[in-house]
Design a protein around this ligand. Structure first.
Ligand code: GAP
Length: 457
C-alpha cells in the first residue's frame, strides 16, 4: 500500500500524499471519467449530444458541491458574528448593470478565424499567430469587444424596453441591498454580506470541464469597512481565503496567492490577488480577492439617487464604506478538491482508487455494508442505518463482495465503512473501516453515532 511518506509530492494537512506520480493530463482524464462513471458530473443535455459549456451534477456531485458551499457558508457566516447572508434575485433592474459598469466594460476581445470561422479570445491566442482550431496563420479578423452578459426579455413584448440580463456576478445583488441589510441588522462596518448563487457569462471559450462554463455558481462576500481600513482588511481576507482551501484538504504546494499587476486590475479595483490552484493544465484562479474601494456604493448611489453612505455615530462622521470582496467559484473549488483528493494506490498487490476528501466534503459519510444478504443480517443493517440517517448522509450497499464494496466506497471518498457480520448478532458490535488508514475498529453498535461524529472535523 502506498500511503503517508511514500513520495515527495504534495501532501494535505493530514500528511496524505496525492496523485503526484500521475502525469497531469492523465489525472484530469481519470477524474473526468470517475465523475461520469460514478455520477458526480454529467455533460448537460447529453442525450441530445450535449450543450458544450454547461454541466449537470449527478447524485454524488450534488452532495459534494453542496458540502463545498456549506463549508464556505459555515466559515463565512456560522462561525463569525460580523457577516450575514443574502439570497438576491438573478434578474435585476437593467440600470444595475449600467451603474456597475458591466454594460460598458464587461467585455472580452473577440476575433474570428477567416479560414475556419471559429471564434477566440484575442488575449488567449498562441504567440505563433496560428489558429488553435485549423492552424491557419495570421488569418484573424480585427478584435472587437464582446459583452459577456446574457440578454433576455421580461414580459411578453420583446423590444428594447423589455431587455434584462442574467446576472454575471452575485456581488451586485449585495451592493444594491447594502442599506436594506445594514438598517435591518444594525451591523456597523466592518461587516460583511455573503451570498451563494448562480451567475451567467457568455464565455467565448468555455472549457476544462467545469472550470470555465457559461452557467456557474459563485460564493461571494462583500466586506464593508471604514475607508482608512481597506488595505488592512484586504490583507486579512487574502490570508483567510488561502488558508480555507488548505484547511479543507488541498496541499499547500498546490495553492498560491497571485497579486494582479496594475494593468490586470478590473475597473473597480485598486488591488486584487487570486487564490490559484495547480490544475493539470497549469495554475488557474479559484477565487479573486479585490479591494473595490467605494466604487460600487458610490456608483449605485449616483444612479439610483439613494443615499448609500453610513453614519458613524461614535465618531460623528459620515462615509461611504470601502469594500473588500473575496469572490469564489463553487464549481472550480469542487473540481480542485476532486483533483487534489484523487489517488491511485497499491494495496496488497491490488490497485485502489481513492478520493481522500476531507470528511466534511465527502458526499457520503458512512456506508453500511452487510457481510452478506443473509436474511438474519438485513434487519440489523436497517436498524443501524436508521440510527445514522438523521445525523449523516449514508449509503447502504449489499451488492458484490465486501472487498469490492470497500473499493467502490473508496473511489467516491466515503470516509467510513461499517460492516455488519454474523458476530454482530451476538456481540451487538460492528466493524468500522477507515478509508485512509484502512484500519478497522470493532465498535459497539450503540456507540456508533458518537464514534463517527467524534471523527468528523
Ligand atoms: N464579483 C467579482 C467577480 O465576479 P470574478 O473573478 O469574475 O470576480 C469570481 O469571479 C469567481 O467566480 C472566479 O474566481 C471563479 O472561481 C468563478 N468564475 C468566474 N467565471 C467563471 C466561469 N465562467 N465558470 C466557472 N467559474 C467562474
Amino acid at each position: 500500500m502506498t500511503r503517508r511518506g511514500n513520495d515527495d509530492g504534495p501532501r494535505d494537512r493530514r500528511g496524505y500524499a496525492r496523485a503526484s506520480t500521475m502525469a497531469k493530463p492523465d489525472l484530469m482524464e481519470r477524474v473526468v471519467n470517475l465523475c461520469k462513471r460514478r455520477g458526480f458530473v454529467f455533460p448537460s443535455s447529453e442525450i441530445y449530444g450535449g450543450f458544450r459549456s454547461t454541466w449537470d451534477y449527478g447524485p454524488l456531485g450534488v452532495l459534494l458541491k453542496r458540502n463545498v458551499k456549506d463549508a464556505w457558508w459555515t466559515s463565512m457566516i456560522q462561525l463569525r458574528d460580523d457577516i450575514v447572508g443574502l439570497d438576491s434575485a438573478i434578474l435585476m433592474a437593467p440600470r444595475v448593470w449600467e451603474a456597475s459598469g458591466h454594460l460598458e466594460t464587461f467585455t472580452d476581445p473577440l476575433v474570428d478565424c477567416r479560414h475556419c470561422q471559429q471564434r477566440f479570445r484575442a488575449d488567449q491566442l498562441p504567440p505563433s499567430g496560428a489558429c488553435p482550431h485549423c492552424g491557419a496563420k495570421d488569418g484573424f479578423t480585427d478584435s472587437r469587444a464582446f459583452n459577456l452578459m446574457f440578454k433576455t426579455h421580461v414580459g411578453p413584448v420583446e423590444d428594447e424596453a423589455a431587455v434584462a440580463y442574467l446576472r454575471p456576478e452575485t456581488a451586485q445583488g449585495i451592493f444594491v441591498n447594502f442599506a436594506n441589510v445594514q438598517t435591518t441588522t444594525r451591523k456597523k462596518p466592518p461587516f460583511g454580506i455573503a451570498q451563494i448563487g448562480k451567475s451567467f457569462r457568455n464565455e467565448i471559450t468555455p472549457g476544462n470541464f467545469v472550470y470555465r462554463t457559461r452557467e456557474f455558481e459563485q460564493m461571494e462576500m462583500e466586506f464593508f469597512v471604514p475607508p482608512e481600513d481597506g488595505e488592512r482588511w484586504f490583507e486579512y481576507w487574502c490570508d483567510q481565503r488561502l488558508r480555507w482551501y488548505g484547511e479543507h484538504g488541498i496541499p499547500e504546494a498546490q495553492l498560491r496567492l497571485r497579486p494582479h499587476d496594475p494593468e490586470e486590475l478590473s475597473h473597480y479595483s485598486v488591488a486584487t490577488a487570486d487564490v490559484e490552484f495547480d490544475f493539470p493544465w497549469g495554475w488557474g484562479e479559484l477565487e479573486g480577492i479585490a479591494n473595490r474601494t467605494d466604487f460600487d456604493l458610490r456608483a449605485h448611489a449616483e444612479h439610483s439617487g439613494q443615499d448609500l453612505s453610513y453614519y458613524d455615530q461614535e465618531h460623528d462622521r459620515r462615509y461611504v464604506p470601502h469594500v473588500i470582496e473575496p469572490a469564489a467559484g463553487a464549481d472550480r473549488a469542487t473540481l480542485a478538491f476532486l483533483l487534489a483528493a484523487y489517488s491511485e494506490e497499491e494495496v496488497a498487490g491490488e490497485r485502489r482508487t481513492v478520493l481522500h476528501l476531507d470528511p466534511r466534503l465527502a458526499p457520503i459519510k458512512v456506508a453500511v455494508l452487510p457481510l452478506s444478504r443473509h436474511e438474519r443480517l438485513l434487519p440489523v443493517v436497517e436498524e443501524i442505518a436508521g440510527g445514522l440517517r438523521p445525523h449523516l448522509m449514508i449509503d447502504v450497499d449489499s451488492a458484490g463482495s465486501i472487498g469490492r464494496r470497500y473499493r467502490r466506497q473508496d473511489e467516491v471518498g466515503t470516509p467510513w465503512c461499517v460492516t455488519v457480520d454474523f458476530e454482530t448478532l451476538d456481540d451487538k458490535a460492528v466493524t468500522v473501516r477507515d478509508r485512509d488508514t484502512m484500519h478497522q475498529d470493532r465498535v459497539p453498535a450503540e456507540q456508533l453515532n458518537a464514534y463517527l461524529l467524534e471523527r468528523l472535523p
